[in-house]
Design a protein around this ligand. Structure first.
Ligand code: TYD
Ligand code: MG
Length: 451
């Protein structure tokens, strides 16, 4: 059978029979590379032979759904993101930049999982000795944890078949390869073919598979993006490598919500769960400094307090500079325009920078108002009064719009010692008695209330 040559975008997985400099689907440059599609018969041959029995359609209500088995990882933050543990037979992709802590997280997970399941950890990146040393440092010790240092896909599946584990961890997809493919490990062809094999294996044998995939900011490593459609869950592990906090997010989850996040801190003994992320985010918050405002965003079902900082300075160039870290750049530029037009602030001649402390990314409209207050506070060089926090969405006419879960946000702020809340004019039940709530209708009113 003739091999078909395709071109595959390493960013979005777009396939084309022709090469382009710019991906027609996602617009990224230089991401298309050659992909040799395998003829069907060869692609199947590696799975340990299995008589193909006839599979008939079944009536929907006759499908058994009870008895869904989940393996708890013993790490509350990870289980929460997975939707209550890893489902038997599911295929989970753990993506993140190299060095962010993916191997550490998965090795730590083994400790608890081994109690209820047989686990095989396959590493193509570290030797057995290195894994053992790391496990010792992480205080992971289990007699039921099996380790294999192997990169050949056929060997990995053969050994997995022999051991018959409940959970298989493959670290990483970039090092796995199939011998009969001509391309080098880490290329789109190898990655796609290896992941396809693993997916079939997970479904047929009911083995839960965790697959590690490295990503980098430039997207030059092929990987997680082209696998997203194949797997049941995609977890991204992110954070600033220089800072201690790491955040685990579900980008896709067939067995739970994608709203939940898990917060971790990297320590000398591995990853620690951050039980109280709001307190951690606010550590080191400068008292009485101009240009910051505490916001409360909802991350899934949890309120999270974070410090939004702004710096507004006179621009030395004709075109003012604007940068945003942790918030959406376009949203920030929009708020600057609203401030100019609706609150009469002359910002066209000023550079403006916004940053969320702690390396968290807040994409919720509720952080509009804190961002506005931080910008005005910096512009006027006047700090907000102590103990003030805020949330609220800002509309184009400068009006404040209601946001969800107001009471929960207020309670979280109160728990962490805030006593005044600037918020949109909306009802909220169960406000703690000590909390002073200032309801405002426009950004001008909000500014007048605190600055
Ligand atoms: P690792 O899990 O190897 O990253 P990945 O698998 O995503 O590439 O994490 C490596 C980083 O974590 C490394 O820079 C060192 C740091 N680290 C600690 O700070 N403490 C620890 O206990 C461990 C195991 C790693
Ligand atoms: Mg690793």
């Amino acid at each position: 059978m003739k091999q078909k040559t395709l071109f595959l975008c390493s960013d979005c997985g777009y396939e084309s029979p022709k090469w382009y400099g710019k991906c027609p689907s996602c617009g990224a440059w230089n991401t298309l590379s050659e992909y040799k599609a395998q003829p069907e018969t060869r692609a199947r041959s590696v799975l340990p032979s299995e008589g193909r029995t006839r599979i008939r359609p079944v009536r929907m209500d006759e499908i058994q759904t009870s008895g869904e088995i989940r393996f708890g990882s013993g790490i509350g933050e990870l289980d929460r993101v997975l939707g209550g543990g890893a489902v038997r037979g599911s295929f989970v992709l753990v993506g993140g930049e190299p060095g962010i802590g993916k191997s550490t997280l998965l090795l730590q997970m083994c400790q608890e999982m081994c109690r209820t399941a047989k686990v095989l950890y396959v590493s193509g990146e570290e030797s057995l000795r290195q894994i053992r040393l790391r496990a010792q440092r992480l205080q992971v010790s289990s007699q039921d944890l099996y380790v294999l240092a192997e990169t050949d896909m056929e060997q990995i599946l053969a050994e997995t078949d022999a051991l018959a584990p409940d959970v298989l961890i493959v670290d990483s997809i970039q090092t796995a390869y199939r011998r009969e493919l001509p391309s080098a490990p880490g290329g789109p062809t190898q990655i796609k073919e290896c992941a396809m094999l693993l997916m079939q294996y997970a479904k047929r044998r009911g083995v839960t598979i965790f697959l590690v995939g490295h990503v980098n900011k430039e997207g030059t490593l092929a990987g997680p993006k082209i696998l997203e459609h194949m797997v049941d869950c995609v977890l991204y592990f992110e954070g600033e490598q220089t800072g201690p906090f790491r955040c685990l997010r579900a980008a896709k989850n067939r067995y739970g919500s994608t709203n939940e996040i898990g917060v971790f801190e990297m320590s000398d003994h591995g990853l620690l769960e951050v039980q109280n992320p709001s307190a951690a985010m606010l550590a080191g918050h400068p008292a009485g400094a101009a240009g910051n405002c505490i916001a409360c965003a909802m991350e899934g079902t949890r309120p999270l307090l974070a410090e939004v900082q702004a710096l507004v300075a006179k621009s030395v160039f004709g075109t003012p500079r604007r940068t945003a870290a942790g918030v959406d750049y376009n949203r920030m530029v929009l708020l600057l325009a609203i401030l100019e037009k609706r609150a009469g602030l002359f910002l066209a001649g000023s550079d403006a920078y916004v940053n969320v402390v702690g390396g968290m990314r807040l994409d919720e409209p509720a952080i509009d108002l804190p961002m506005v207050l931080a910008l005005v506070s910096s512009f006027r060089d006047k700090p907000l009064p102590e103990g003030v926090m805020s949330f609220g969405e800002v509309g184009l006419t400068g009006e404040l719009r209601a946001v969800s879960c107001a009471a929960q946000r207020i309670s979280e702020a109160y728990r962490l010692g805030f006593h005044t809340c600037i918020m949109p004019d909306q009802p909220a039940d169960g406000i703690p008695p000590g909390m002073h709530v200032v309801r405002v209708k426009t950004i001008a009113q909000a500014i007048a209330a605190v600055l």
